[in-house]
Design a binder for this molecule. Structure first.
Ligand code: F0G
Length: 456
C-alpha cells in the first residue's frame, strides 16, 4: 500500500448539520441497562456516534436533495426512472434495470427465480440476507473465499477473492444455477476482490454456461482498491474500473443504501430477457410497477446522482483513507483489528482486546457495551452472539468475536474519528472493570437483533 505523504481532506463543505446530543456516562449506564445491554434496543437519539451500519446512513449532497424536489412522481413511465435507468445502464452495461426498495428485495426476486432445492449458489461470502434468500428458495448458499480471507492478521491485498480451485471442483460436482461475488466482501471484513479474480470467475462460470452476478453494494470502494492495489489499474478512473468489473458479469444485485449514497433503494440488473421478464412480473406482485419498484421517484433521483458522486476519485480517496486512519489510530495503541483495513468498517478483535472475558461470556458484546458506556458509540458484535446458535438450538461459539465499527458515508469528520479512537482506547484500557454477559432472552432465529443480556 502506498505511504501517505500529504493530508487527505474531506472533499466537501458542510451545508446542513444535525446536532449531536451529548450524554453523560451515568446517563449511558442507565440507558444501556434499560436496553438490556443490547445497543440495538437503544433509541438512536441516545447514541452520540452511530457506527451500527453504513447502510442507508449516508449524508446526501445538495445535488441529491435538489433533484428530489423536481422528481416526477408519476405511477408509470416517470422521467426520474428513465434518468436512473440511463445512469445504471451506462455504468453497468446491463440491458435490464429493475428498481427495488433495497438490496434484499433484489435478492428475493433473483433467488426465487433461479434458486430451488438441490441447487448450490457459490459466493466469496454470502451476506446474511443473501444467504437467507438463497436458503429460503431451498438452495444451498456456499462460501468459497480464499483461506487468507479467513485469517484476520493476513495482509493479502485482495482477501475477498474466491478460491478458484474450489469453485472449479464445485462446478464438476454440483448443480449451480448462478455464481456470485460480493464486492467488497462485507462478511469477510469489507475486503476487496481483484479484477483478475473477477475475470477468472467469469471465465470459469461462462465455460459451464452459468450466469455470473455481482452483489455490487460497495462496487465503488472495490474499484478504488483495484486502482490502488492491482497492477495495471493505477491510471484508470474508478468509473472505468467499475465498468470493467460489470463487463465480466451477466447481472447484479445492488443495495443503493451503500455505494449510491442514499437512504433507501436498490436494483436488480441483468442481460437475460427471460429473467428480466419474470423478475418484472414478480416485482409488480410484490414491490410495484417496473418504473418505480417500491420507491418514490425522488429516491430514484437520489440514486441516479449518488451513483455518479460515489465514483469521484477524491471522494473515494477520502473514504478509504478515513477507514485506514481510524484503524491505524487503534492499532498504534495496541488494539488488534482485521488487517488490512477494509472499505466501510473497522473490525476489532474483541477476544484480544478483552482477554479476561471468557468466550462463553461473549467478549464481543461486552466490548460493544463498553464502547457505548465510554463514548456513546454504537457498534455491532459479529461473533458468537450473531452466529453462535445452530439451527438445532445448540450454542456453538464462533471462530472469532469481532466488533464492527461501520462508518457512515460523508457523516463524521476527522475530529469525530479522533475522539472515537480515544474513547475506544479508554474502554479497552479500562477492561478489567468490564463484565462478561449472559443471555436473559433470545429469539429462535437472528437473535442478536432483539436479545437481552445481564452482566455475569
Ligand atoms: N449485500 C451486502 C453485501 C450487504 O452488506 C447488504 C446489507 C445487503 C446485501 C442487503 O442490502 O440492507 O439494502 O437489503 N448490509 C447492511 C450492513 C445491512 O449493515 O452491512 P439491504
Amino acid at each position: 500500500m502506498p505511504e501517505l505523504h500529504h493530508t487527505i481532506i474531506e472533499p466537501f463543505k458542510i451545508k446542513v448539520v444535525e446536532p449531536i446530543r451529548f450524554t453523560t456516562r451515568e446517563e449511558r449506564e442507565r440507558l444501556l441497562k434499560a436496553a438490556h445491554y443490547n445497543p440495538f434496543l437503544l433509541h438512536a437519539e441516545d447514541v452520540m456516534f452511530d457506527l451500527l451500519t453504513d447502510s442507508g446512513t449516508s449524508a446526501m449532497s445538495a445535488a441529491q436533495w435538489g433533484a428530489m424536489m423536481v422528481a416526477d412522481e408519476s405511477y408509470a413511465g416517470s422521467r426520474s426512472y428513465y434518468k436512473f435507468e440511463t445512469v445504471v445502464k451506462e455504468l453497468t452495461g446491463f440491458k435490464h434495470v429493475i428498481p427495488v426498495h433495497q438490496g434484499r428485495a433484489a435478492e428475493r426476486i433473483l433467488f426465487g427465480l433461479v434458486g430451488g432445492p438441490g441447487l448450490t449458489i457459490p459466493n466469496n461470502n454470502h451476506f446474511d440476507t443473501t444467504r437467507a434468500n438463497v436458503e429460503h428458495s431451498g438452495a444451498t448458499a456456499l462460501d468459497l473465499v480464499i483461506p487468507e480471507g479467513k485469517d484476520p492478521a493476513n495482509t493479502h491485498p485482495f482477501k475477498g477473492n474466491i478460491d478458484l480451485n474450489k469453485l472449479e471442483d464445485l462446478l464438476k460436482s454440483a448443480k449451480v444455477p448462478l455464481g456470485m461475488l460480493t464486492v467488497t466482501n462485507n462478511t469477510g471484513g469489507g475486503q476487496p476482490v481483484s479484477m483478475e479474480n473477477i475475470r477468472q470467475t467469469s471465465l470459469l462460470l461462462r465455460k459451464h454456461g452459468i450466469p455470473f452476478f455481482l452483489d455490487a453494494c460497495r462496487f465503488a470502494e472495490n474499484s478504488y482498491f483495484i486502482k490502488s492495489r492491482e497492477a495495471g489499474y493505477a491510471d484508470k478512473t474508478p468509473h472505468d474500473i467499475a465498468q470493467e468489473m460489470f463487463s465480466h458479469c451477466d447481472g447484479a444485485t445492488m443495495s443503493c443504501k451503500k455505494d449510491a449514497l442514499c437512504n433507501i433503494g436498490g436494483f436488480l440488473a441483468c442481460n437475460s430477457d427471460e429473467l428480466a421478464e419474470k423478475a418484472r412480473n414478480d416485482l409488480i406482485l410484490t414491490e410495484g410497477f417496473p418504473t418505480y419498484g417500491g420507491l418514490a421517484a425522488r429516491d430514484l433521483e437520489a440514486m441516479a446522482i449518488g451513483l455518479k458522486e460515489v465514483l469521484d476519485e477524491r471522494y473515494l480517496e477520502y473514504r478509504i483513507a478515513s477507514t485506514r486512519y481510524f484503524t491505524k489510530k487503534l492499532n498504534d495503541e495496541g488494539i488488534q483489528t482485521v488487517q488490512p483495513p477494509g472499505g466501510h468498517a473497522v473490525y476489532i478483535d474483541a477476544r484480544a482486546a478483552l482477554p479476561h472475558i471468557p468466550i462463553e461470556q461473549y467478549p464481543g458484546q461486552a466490548l460493544v457495551c463498553s464502547l457505548y458506556l465510554a463514548g456513546g458509540i454504537r457498534s455491532v458484535e459479529i461473533g458468537s452472539v450473531m452466529f453462535g446458535r445452530s439451527s438445532d438450538g445448540k450454542e456453538s461459539f464462533s471462530d472469532m468475536d469481532l466488533v464492527r465499527l461501520a462508518i457512515p458515508r460523508r457523516v463524521y469528520t476527522e475530529s469525530h474519528v479522533k475522539y472515537m479512537a480515544e474513547m475506544i482506547v479508554a474502554a479497552v484500557r479500562g477492561g478489567d472493570a468490564l463484565h462478561g454477559l449472559r443471555f436473559t432472552y433470545q429469539a429462535p432465529v437472528l437473535r442478536h437483533f432483539t436479545a437481552r443480556f445481564a452482566p455475569v
